[in-house]
Ligand binder design. Structure first.
Ligand code: F6P
Length: 370
């Protein structure tokens, strides 16, 4: 066994919007590292804590062995992040990153795992190319807006929470023959709205990649509501799932819609619900825990093999240039630079993956609605 001073040390932080499954990744990182005699240090409050030197041990030495701290044992089942998170403006500056690097060096840490979304992984790439510290990223964002990976930690739990909410709303909507517009998170990406609408059998889905002008939007919603309620006098509902990133504010949309309905379909009420942060909390699903654990294992493995400046990706739709397969058939190393370029094209609509999502939605809309 290595002496205390010789043992490598890995720091880990969670950054940006929290995502269910982040704790499962932390637990997996601590357990994998400990099994290989490596210490893990948690960084509180993401990059903010890294710049302030807020470290906390996630492993401890017991006799001849390194072990995860006991409070990590049940962590896999918990939502949020035990380390806390932050969105840091300061870390985007060279000065902020220099302070962070100095704190890592002072603590004898040569490796860092960043668990977070697009902005957090941009920071990881900057740190990796500006220093000798080995840095790897794990994609975590409920929005599924990270390129070069089929999914990110938190997406599956968020979708299950949305689905549960849409089912509940549908119950009361049918009872009153009402139309509901339900907004789900997704500032720049409509994936959650698209995927949830198919699973819930929604009548319509609005996503930023669709770009419908406001006037057409209200008119087309009113037409659809008239079609559904006109076709059946029974307990029907109209469910419209809207991504947060659609420009028109949800309550403004509902008010305009109600004005139209008052003329065209008197007696039909429209209601709006913004699910907001409800979607980001809660116990992680089986799939998020499993993906988080395998990406966490892969992150430690990559660092101990000397890798840096890469993201652990979960089953990319296509293996990008420069990517490396690992012993786990579902986990691939993707250079952070490649992943960041893919994320930019995912968000500006030029990525084949975005075009595939939009084409698929257009194909199923009006077919899979109930
Ligand atoms: O994590 C991404 C995201 O969920 C976006 O969809 C949403 O707009 C944003 O986080 C909200 O972030 P905050 O909690 O900082 O308001």
């Amino acid at each position: 066994m290595n002496s205390l001073s010789q043992r490598p040390r890995i720091a880990v932080l969670t950054s940006g919007g929290d995502a269910p499954g982040m704790n499962a990744a932390l637990r997996a990182i601590a357990r994998t590292a400990a099994a290989r005699g490596v210490d893990v240090v948690g960084v509180r409050r993401g990059y903010e804590g890294l710049m302030a030197g807020e470290f906390t041990a996630l492993t401890q030495v017991v006799g001849d062995f390194v072990e995860p701290i006991p409070s990590l044992r049940p962590a896999g089942a918990m939502g949020g992040t035990l380390l806390g998170s932050a969105r840091s403006k300061d870390f985007r500056t060279k000065n902020g990153r220099c302070r962070a690097l100095q704190n890592l060096r002072d603590a004898g840490i040569g490796n860092l795992v960043v668990i977070g979304g697009n902005g957090s992984l941009t920071g990881a790439h900057a740190l990796a190319i500006e220093s000798e510290i080995q840095v790897v990223g794990i994609p975590a964002s409920i929005d599924n807006d990270i390129g070069s990976t089929a999914t990110s930690i938190g997406v599956d739990t968020a979708l299950n929470t949305i689905l549960e909410s849409l089912d509940r709303i549908s119950d009361t909507a049918r009872a009153h023959r009402r139309a509901f517009v339900v907004e789900v998170m997704g500032r720049q990406c409509g994936y959650l709205a698209m995927a949830a609408s198919i699973a819930a059998g929604a009548d319509l889905v609005l996503f930023p990649e669709g770009r419908t002008p406001d006037e057409d939007l209200v008119a087309s919603l009113a037409d659809e509501i008239a079609r559904v309620f006109g076709a059946d006098p029974g307990p029907r509902r109209v469910l419209i799932v809207k991504a947060e990133g659609v420009a028109m504010p949800t309550m403004e949309l509902v008010t305009s819609l109600q004005d139209r309905l008052d003329v065209a379909l008197p007696g039909v009420d429209a209601r709006g619900v913004i699910l907001g942060h409800v979607v980001r909390g809660g116990r992680p699903s089986y799939r998020d825990r499993m993906v988080a654990a395998r990406l966490g294992y892969g992150a430690v493995d990559a660092l101990l093999k000397g890798a840096t400046d890469l993201m652990l990706a979960w089953r990319p739709h296509r293996i990008p240039e420069g990517a490396t397969r690992t012993a786990d058939p579902s986990v691939t190393w993707v250079p952070l630079k490649v992943m960041l370029a893919e994320t930019a094209s995912l968000l500006d609509g030029s990525s084949p993956e975005t075009q595939r999502r939009v084409a698929m939605m257009q194909a199923v809309e009006g077919v899979l609605a109930v």
